[in-house]
Design a protein around this ligand. Structure first.
Ligand SMILES: [Mn+2]
Length: 316
């Protein structure tokens, strides 16, 4: 998919890389999914739906596209799961080093292995907030550690992994799982304080990996493995809003949209969710500047970018 279009048909002046604060990388990979295929069509469906969105966000009273959103070239690499992960890793890292807020849309969940690796190399004390129906903690599945069922194994080893919405897993994954850091769907349903309990587990630098199957199939049926008992829209937004307000979200991905030709509301939800997360990120950032409480979090805000910048100066 090579496109000259801008994200959501925003004017060219807001879509150029030099001025854009946001970079969006579509990744069309779907080679290891085990049930319904089609997540490779996810980015195209999300982008198409986005063209029909209204770009003023009522809740934040903000037009986030004016911060600039650059639609990067789609990653189509699929010669092997490993080369796909490496390509996503390098592409993500190259835009982080340009000081962009990097976001990705999939594609199946294994694309996140590469993006998380890049963010973990660039930001200190990284939390990965995984919103998902599945634990995805297998070390290897069907002969590869880069299967979507293994998407979080590496993050669990190398970052502070917090899992929210989980309601399907293999018994063997219990061995890998840190029970304090898992918020099962059946527990969320019984606990009105779960959002605050999730926030308490996060370090300041947070990368969000949002598998759309975390959502209830009643609001998002178009995903590879729809699991009953998922998150609903407004509780999801409440969680995200608090995370963006209280933590330094460094980037995110949205994966596993598996479009259905006769059901378009899932595509639209995914596009709105993407845009809403950007609105929370940048509307909140402007508030923080006004409040002046940004400095108190300066220590935690630290990242490893200065190191990379120095390297850049000597490498090129
Ligand atoms: Mn999942």
């Amino acid at each position: 998919m090579k496109t000259n279009k801008t994200f959501a048909n925003i004017p060219e002046e807001y879509a150029k890389l030099e001025h854009a604060k946001v970079v969006l990388i579509p990744v069309t990979y779907d080679e290891t999914s085990t049930w319904q295929k089609g997540a490779d069509k996810g980015p195209e469906a999300l982008l198409k739906a986005a063209e029909n969105m209204e770009l003023y966000d009522i809740e934040t009273d903000f037009e986030v596209y004016k911060e600039g959103i650059y639609l990067a070239e789609t990653v189509e690499e699929k010669s092997s799961p490993e080369t796909m992960v490496n390509t996503v890793h390098q592409t993500t890292k190259s835009y982080i080093k340009k000081n962009k807020f990097v976001t990705l849309i999939g594609g199946e969940h294994s694309i996140s292995i590469g993006s998380i690796r890049a963010f973990n190399e660039c930001f200190n004390n990284l939390t990965v907030l995984q919103i998902d129906a599945h634990a995805d903690l297998r070390k290897e599945y069907e002969g590869t550690p880069f299967n979507h069922a293994c998407a979080m194994y590496e993050a669990n080893q190398t970052t502070n992994l917090i899992q929210v919405g989980i309601r399907s897993m293999d018994v063997s994954e219990k061995l890998e799982m840190n029970e304090d850091k898992v918020f099962f769907a059946h527990d969320l349903a019984m606990n009105e304080y779960w959002i605050d309990e999730v926030i308490e587990q996060l370090t300041n630098n947070v990368y969000i990996t949002f598998d759309l199957d975390a959502l209830d199939p009643s609001i998002l049926p178009s995903t590879g493995t729809p699991e009953p008992g998922g998150l609903l829209y407004y509780e999801t937004l409440e969680l995200l809003k608090k995370v963006f307000e209280q933590k330094n979200v460094v980037g995110f991905d949205i994966v596993e949209l598996c479009p259905n030709p006769t059901e378009k509301s899932s595509d639209f939800l995914a596009a709105k969710l993407y845009y809403k997360m950007l609105s929370y990120k940048f509307a909140g950032e402007n508030d923080e500047d006004i409040d002046g409480d940004f400095e108190s979090e300066d220590d935690d805000y630290s990242n490893k970018l200065s190191k990379h910048k120095n390297h850049d100066e000597y490498d090129y």
